[in-house]
Design a protein around this ligand. Structure first.
Ligand SMILES: [Cu+2]
Length: 484
């Protein structure tokens, strides 16, 4: 990926002369007046995934991924967002503990960036680590909106103190293009640790029996796959030297797909999940990432050759989901070797033997799928209620200073990468076992599995909880937490 460092991004800020600025709340600073630190321009553009595969979609600053923004923990930043498209947009600053007026979720009350308008936002970045920014508009049945587009880019919030036990960083953004609706899919479902829970399978079967439509609703499939906006074999290889320690920052920017990544003959030492350092860095042969999850992992380059670093799904990798890793002096075609089966278990990186602090309150949430209940789309309910975009009624009330435990139970076969806005959470029960110390903002909840996560209510304002799978969040799987 061409690393757009601060200087490049800043030069982009000089470009725009401001047009219409519709819909700005009174008193809000205006985009384009005085100098912003960064500018994001939302517009349609082309991505050359390969010479014969050029796609048209909506982009930030005419590129995919959007520019890498290197922010500094605690150092305020001003960003001008220009929207050159015909529809209102929202830029969500995923994984940051920032106020609702800049977080980028209409459900929380963030103002839209109007069509052919602009908005200036200012916030203080944090917590440190790998974050990202992406659109947060509803796509529904429109595959040219929301995260189906190319509106995603990485953010690295530099900590005030950098550990730095690596030689260099490489950012990898995993993303599919050319989405189409399909019936059924072939996504891996059995790679998560833990076993289906009989009670949840029973509830799922009951929901299936009660559904008016007996077939499952639409899924989304893709024709083209890429890392950093290039199909496997068409981008610059990652050129490495034997003995180097490379820190990979991996982001799954997919709208709907769980992704995996392996590098034959090498292991990943995972140092951070969703940007947060893990208590017990551990080596794994394969990375698994739900939508919006990030992994920071160090690879010691000790197996010279030319390798395909790619997704385990053969079809997806053959259609682009991979990147070549080439050692200095090595020659020949890039080689892929399928790794042995491997279960992904967040507890591997947890604090051994530790238990989490007890919560002040536990909130139970049961997730149920109603097959094809909404014009051919599956509908999702939380405790029997699908989120209403009309009323946007908060489902849960919380109080500042208290610690909450969410006990999530999934009565469906799908994996739900669930996300909480404006807060980080601690995994406290995974695959039927207690755990502690792993801090995240997205976590994969397996089919017919249960999971517990704790968060401190320390950032007042409406906070959105939702599945990050675009189809799921658009059709019910969202809830608002509101502070008393
Ligand atoms: Cu989901």
């Amino acid at each position: 990926m061409p690393l757009n460092r601060r200087s490049l991004i800043k030069s982009a800020a000089l470009a725009p002369a401001l047009g219409a600025v519709g819909g700005l709340p009174r008193g809000e600073p205006r985009a384009g007046e005085g100098k912003a630190d960064y500018t994001l321009r939302i517009a349609n553009g082309l991505v050359e995934l390969a010479p014969d595969h050029i796609v048209s979609t909506t982009l930030y600053n005419g590129q995919f991924p959007g520019p890498l923004l290197r922010l500094t923990e605690g150092k305020p930043v001003v960003v001008d967002v220009f929207n050159d498209t015909d529809t209102p947009e929202l830029v969500h600053w995923h994984g940051q503990t920032i106020p609702t007026d800049v977080d980028g979720a209409a459900e929380e009350g963030t103002p839209f960036v109007p069509a052919h308008g602009a908005r200036r936002i200012a916030f203080t970045p944090g917590p440190p680590g790998l974050r990202f920014y992406h659109t947060h508009v509803r796509a529904g049945g429109d595959l040219a909106r929301g995260t189906y587009t190319g509106q995603a880019g990485p953010v690295l919030i530099e900590p005030r103190r950098e550990p730095g036990a690596y030689d260099r960083e490489v950012f990898l953004v995993l993303k599919e293009f050319s989405p189409t609706f399909s019936q059924g899919g072939d996504m891996a479902m059995d790679m998560l640790a833990g076993a289906p829970i009989a009670d949840l399978k029973r509830r799922g079967a009951a929901a299936d029996a009660a559904a008016a439509v007996k077939t499952k609703g639409y899924e989304v499939g893709y024709d083209l796959f890429s890392i950093n906006g290039r199909m496997l074999g068409h981008g610059e290889p990652i050129r490495v030297k034997a003995g180097e320690r490379v820190l990979f920052h991996v982001l799954n920017a997919s709208a709907t797909e769980i992704r995996s990544l392996a590098l034959p003959g090498h292991r990943f030492q995972i140092v951070a999940l969703d940007g947060n350092p893990v208590p017990a860095p551990a080596e794994v042969p394969v990375l698994w990432l739900g939508n919006a999850e990030r992994i920071s992992a160090i690879v010691r380059m000790d197996h010279p050759g030319v390798w395909v670093m790619g997704d385990l799904a053969d079809d997806d990798r053959r259609r682009g989901m991979g990147i070549v890793v080439e050692y200095a002096g090595a020659k020949g075609r890039a080689v892929w070797v399928r790794p042995k089966p491997f279960k992904w278990d967040y507890r591997r990186f947890a604090r051994p033997g530790a238990t989490a602090a007890p919560p002040d309150e536990t909130i139970d949430i049961l997730l149920v799928k109603n097959n094809a209940a909404l014009g051919g789309f599956n509908q999702w309910t939380l405790n029997g209620e699908a989120f209403s975009m009309e009323t946007m009624r908060p489902a849960y009330r919380i109080r500042k200073g208290r610690r909450y435990r969410l006990r999530l139970r999934n009565a469906a076969d799908d994996i739900h990468p669930v996300h909480l806005h404006r807060h980080s959470f601690e995994l406290t029960r995974v695959a039927g076992r207690p755990t502690a110390g792993v801090i995240k903002d997205v976590v994969m909840l397996g089919g017919f599995q249960a999971l517990e996560l704790d968060f401190a209510a320390d950032n007042p304002g409406p906070s959105l909880f939702h599945c990050h799978q675009q189809l799921h969040m658009d059709f019910g799987l969202m809830a608002l937490f509101e502070y008393d």
